[in-house]
Design a protein around this ligand. Sequence first.
Ligand code: GLU
Length: 551
Amino acid sequence: MDYNKLAELIFPDITKTVADLEERFPKRGLPEGAYVTRLAPSPTGYMHIGGLYAALISKKLSEQTGGVFYLRIEDTDKKRELEGGVEEILRSLADYDIAFDEGPFPGGEKAYGPYKQSERKEIYQICVKELMKKGYAYPCFCTAEELEAIRKEQEEKKADIGYYGEYAACRNLTYEEIEAKIRAGAPYVVRLKSPGNASAYITYQDPVRGTIEMPENQMDLVLLKSDGIPTYHFAHVVDDHFMRTSLVVRGDEWLASYPTHKQLFELCGFEQPGYVHIAPIMKMEGTTRRKLSKRKDPEAAVSYFLEQGFPAESVREYLLTIANSNYEEWHMANPQLTEDDFALSLEKMPVSGALFDMVKLTDVSREVISGFSIETCCEKILAWAKDYDADLYAFASGRKEMFLETIGLWKMSGKKVRKDVAKWSELMQMFDYLYLPQEKFEKTVSYELDEKYTVGQLTEAVEAYKKDLFLDTDNWFDRMKELGGPLGYCPNMKEYKKNPQDYKGSIADLCSIVRVAVTGHKNSPDLYTIMKALGEDTVRRRLDLFLASLS
Ligand code: GLU
């Protein structure tokens, strides 16, 4: 077979060569050891937590070595693509503060683009043409029925399933047969003519998993589909070569394809990049572990955490604790440093899938939020509420000073920074009596009442308080003591503890009753400040509402 002639028959319009591509996409002039990494998602309109995890690892590795991190959109499967899918990916990643040096976005189209596979058709065809000239590619005209018949035969013979060796019918077509089929308009794919032998083994050194032995690839896999678009395998080899990726960080579902990729790099005459195959994020179902699933688990989507009000920083921080088990210890030892200061190590990455642990994320997030200043919290809450909580947004944007004050009240109890909030939605639960419009509050309030108070006692206390709310004094607590004395609430805690039988309760009980009546909650930050914020009219309405609820 004259493969040069075959290549001209199949690709008459391709005049450029691989050498032209080598010149167009020269090696990047980066210092020794700098990683060029990438994220290569398909635009399915959905960003999986595993994608964010891979992005975080890839970005860190490039950043800490002074390399390049770019985004490549793998849109070769038009059936799976969703309208606006690329924008969704960019938005999700931006939400998590993952920025790229290069990619298909304004300002990102640099010399190694285009960064969407659908715009690189000619590049793939140049490379396949060259493989064909070397005798490593051929057109295959087999129909679905013919492929099915091959599969059946292999099953009966208990042979490996696939298109290879003696089963690869189109391997042996003559030039004339091929030409006749093409003239007749028969559809075809282009396959690799694999020189591999499945009884030979290759050795692969993975930084996470160590040395792995795998059989050589013997399959004549499809390089170009019938529409001239490449398969993942071929696009990976061409793109990662010409975009000059030096380290491919990808999910371990691709590990089994490594021998195919190694072979393709060799046959194309390209230097192979390094690889890291990362373990997926898992979930327990009953007693078995499984991957987080787009269909079954809301937490598989990165948008879920932001909707819930987890700050992006918390999710990133949590993912880093999965990526390197020493991260947490490092951060505790160096609380003043940020994740940017941490050197991520490939060797410390987990070999088997880590379980996604919501409790752990919550703990990490409480810690992260406690490190934010009051102003930072306010900014972040406002940004979150704008998209996810209209009532909170109305309050926070309409009553900025008051909002700042309540966040201050929540964050600091005495001199200690509170660590009780993991996501912003919890603040609405905490401050519903302040952030909700009155009508909504009235409909939803439930009083956290201590059983020890009788209805008569509650009514008496609230009626008495209602007469004078003391909202214009600096000494609210003293005034409450004066009010409580005649009602039988001991103003002095020590004295009360000594002789509780002499009193209805302590001053703390009286304040607690008023607190529940006004806010519904047993605990709240400084009640006086809260009542001032609510205003006299609202406080009175709340007290009436409470009294009405007793009868
Ligand atoms: N598009 C592939 C995926 O989403 C990319 C795998 C890779 O990073 O090479 O799984």
